[in-house]
Design a protein around this ligand. Structure first.
Ligand code: PLP
Length: 260
């Protein structure tokens, strides 16, 4: 099908109206489908927006916002509105942020998928455009399915429920499973954790999980550990299955440690 045909236009415009409807995007916003992945957007955001003043504000909460800021430095001056958020930190109260009056835009990442860090609120920025990395994968048929399933409210409830199953288990594990993200900023999508005993125990965990049909639980290569990504296709039952496996693993391996 030609991307210039009226048949394609129909698919394209339908996808735009569904995105607007499902994400409740106000009418005065435009939806653009652009080339490139997330990293390409790190450059195109700065290339398109920073030239107004040559400066931009960035909130750094993890890998992706850090890399976005590094990229933007190629095109202008970057100001961190608070010191880079390190292990266990919460986002500082917005009244303490050092916003630059001369910034062309303000940038943050809603969900740092590597660390499992979720920005706990939507920043109030009045005078300049807000750029938010909300990397998600959406397109026509997926949007229609999503609408049928109840849209964003249902998805949000399910994400909360699914992630709480795992966070409660982690918190009740007597530090066998460890998540060091501040409780206010725990991602509802990417639940990351380490296991007491470190890499060898984590390797065993991943091997056994795979034998139980649960694949791709390995943490991002830059930080290691375990990462359970609870994207919308993952059901509550599947999270329950992972939780069951985690309890079993804990009962066997924490006992082993006590024995040794
Ligand atoms: C939140 C976020 N931003 C940016 C990226 C980078 O995207 P890409 O790999 O498409 O360049 C990712 C990739 O996982 C991501 O999760």
């Amino acid at each position: 099908m030609s991307h210039r045909s009226s048949a394609y236009d129909k698919i394209h415009n339908n996808a735009i109206s569904l995105v607007k409807e499902l994400l409740k995007i106000p009418e005065n916003y435009k939806v653009l489908f652009l080339h490139g992945g997330g990293r390409a957007a790190f450059a195109s955001v700065a290339q398109n927006l920073i030239s107004k003043t040559g400066e931009a504000d960035y909130a750094i909460t993890g890998t992706w916002s850090f890399l976005a800021a590094e990229e933007a430095k190629n095109f202008g001056k970057v100001n961190y509105v608070f010191p880079k958020c390190e292990k266990g930190c919460d986002v500082p109260d917005q009244s303490t942020w050092k916003l630059n009056n001369n910034a062309s835009y303000f940038y943050y990442c809603a969900n740092e998928t590597v660390e499992g860090f979720e920005f706990p609120f939507v920043p109030e920025i009045n005078d300049v455009p807000i750029v938010c990395d909300m990397s998600i994968y959406v397109c026509g048929k997926v949007l229609e399915y999503w609408k049928k399933e109840g849209g964003i409210e249902t998805t949000e409830k399910l994400s909360k429920l699914k992630s709480e199953i795992l966070y409660n288990l982690i918190d009740d594990s007597d530090d066998f499973y460890i998540n060091e993200i501040h409780p206010n900023c725990r991602s509802r999508i990417n639940v990351t954790f380490r296991i007491r005993g470190g890499v060898p125990v984590e390797k065993e965990f991943l091997k056994l999980a795979e034998q139980h049909g649960m694949i791709q639980l390995k943490g991002h290569r830059s930080i290691g550990g375990i990462r359970a990504s609870l994207y919308n296709a993952i059901t509550v039952e599947e999270v329950g299955k992972l939780a069951g496996f985690m309890r079993l693993f804990e009962s066997e391996y924490s006992f082993d440690e006590i024995k040794s």
